[in-house]
Design a protein around this ligand. Structure first.
Ligand code: SF4
Ligand code: SF4
Length: 386
């Protein structure tokens, strides 16, 4: 599962030029405030971030932090590196107990800081230091050296300590952690068959002392079932993963976990397909009784900033100005992004909209301002499409 999600992510980003950031659940957390208060998602985020965030939180409520154990690309790479380093003879550093608990607290102030700067500046300011963005971004765009430094530190650290970023620093983990406390499924240890061998403690990726508790209530449990796999055959039945159903605990097979993950991820993608709400909306004036709209593929609308640039360009006041009511909705993306322009049907038409977007403006400084924007399949001035 980890490899599958990792390969899909890398192929989508580097093979197909997809914007993986639009499917990051933490993007939904960062974008929520601006979307609710101003109707626009930050940067290149969109409603897909909210759909995947809802799916991940529901998964966490049902099955604990399975997003971390099965889906997150940085967690997968981190685990692969740790296992490879062990095979190559690196001596892993076991950080448990009080140091582990203290380090685990770091992610909470980091989350608050990220939300504070993102919501206050209405920009993804943390992106400049985000190791996950360095991994899944379209490199060369909006990326800083510091995010590569952070990614390098996480990768090198993963050679010596198991998933250090996930355990101690990940802000998405801080968002998820309160949820499993109300969750349905958990690991239970049944003392009558347990031999106290401690193998479950050794394999737990997040250092939970499974052999010392009856119920794993720890928020950081990944639901990865490595403890169940490690439990020796003679102690069969000592560990179960499921809801507590009186005296007969139910063991959910790992295929059930995987099926639930796939169903909820598919549900997020389906919701995005069925209800693709725009991630940028601007409106001028009061909607008249009769409006019309035109949908276009427009180049260079890759984020909130370029959507704002398009909106400002359309506010021109020359002979190509669009009079009266105007509303712009965009779905920022690569190549030609989807754009919908809604206008007063009595004072404009689709051709007027196209001209307003593509015709250069003569500015008060005496210069021609040539638009960055091109419309797919429309080139009245003989300019080349990008
Ligand atoms: S090994 Fe067991 S206790 Fe540890 S994270 Fe995985 S499922 Fe949870
Ligand atoms: S691996 Fe199984 S038998 Fe060993 S301590 Fe854990 S629950 Fe008990």
């Amino acid at each position: 599962m980890q490899l599958g999600f990792l390969v899909v992510t890398l192929v989508a980003v580097f093979g197909l030029g997809a914007n993986a950031e639009a499917w990051c659940p933490f993007g939904g957390v960062e974008a929520a405030y601006e979307y609710v208060t101003a109707g626009t998602a930050l940067c290149s985020l969109g409603v897909s971030n909210f759909y995947i965030l809802a799916s991940v939180l529901l998964l966490t409520l049902l099955l604990r932090r399975v997003f971390c154990g099965y889906m997150c690309p940085i967690g997968s790479i981190s685990e692969l590196l740790f296992d490879a380093a062990k095979r190559l003879g690196f001596k892993p550093k076991d950080v448990t107990g009080t140091p582990d608990r203290i380090l685990s607290l770091l992610k909470y102030p980091l989350l608050l800081y990220i939300l504070y700067i993102s919501w206050k500046a209405a920009e993804l300011l943390f992106r400049g230091f985000d190791p996950v963005y360095a991994l899944i971004s379209r490199h060369g765009k909006d990326i800083t050296m510091w995010s590569y430094v952070a990614l390098g530190a996480v990768l090198v650290g993963s050679l010596f300590v198991r998933i250090p970023f996930c355990r101690w620093l990940c802000p998405m983990a801080a968002v998820m952690n309160p949820v499993p406390r109300f969750g349905l499924f958990r690991i239970e240890r049944h003392g009558d068959s347990c031999t106290s061998c401690g193998l479950c403690d050794k394999v737990c990726p997040v250092a939970i002392p499974v052999s010392q508790v009856e119920v794993v209530n720890h928020a950081r449990c990944y639901g990865c079932m490595e403890c169940l796999e490690a439990c020796p055959p003679k102690a069969q039945g000592s560990l179960t993963f499921g809801p507590k159903l009186g005296a007969a605990p139910l063991r959910l097979p790992q295929t059930g976990v995987i099926a639930t993950i796939l169903v909820l991820v598919t549900a997020a993608a389906t919701a995005d397909h069925l209800w693709p709400l725009p991630s940028f909306v601007k409106e001028r004036g009061i909607a008249p009784a009769e409006t019309a709209f035109v949908e276009l593929g427009v180049s260079d609308v890759t984020c909130r900033g370029s959507s704002t640039g398009l909106w400002n360009f359309m506010q021109r006041d020359d002979e190509f100005a669009l009079p009266d009511y105007l509303r712009l909705e965009t779905w920022p993306g690569t190549d030609f992004a989807r754009v919908r322009v809604i206008f007063d049907a009595n004072s404009a038409d689709a051709e007027a909209v196209r001209l307003a977007i593509t015709t250069p403006v003569f500015t008060a400084d005496g210069d021609w301002l040539v638009p960055d924007y091109r419309i797919e399949g429309y080139d009245p001035l003989g300019l080349k499409e990008p």
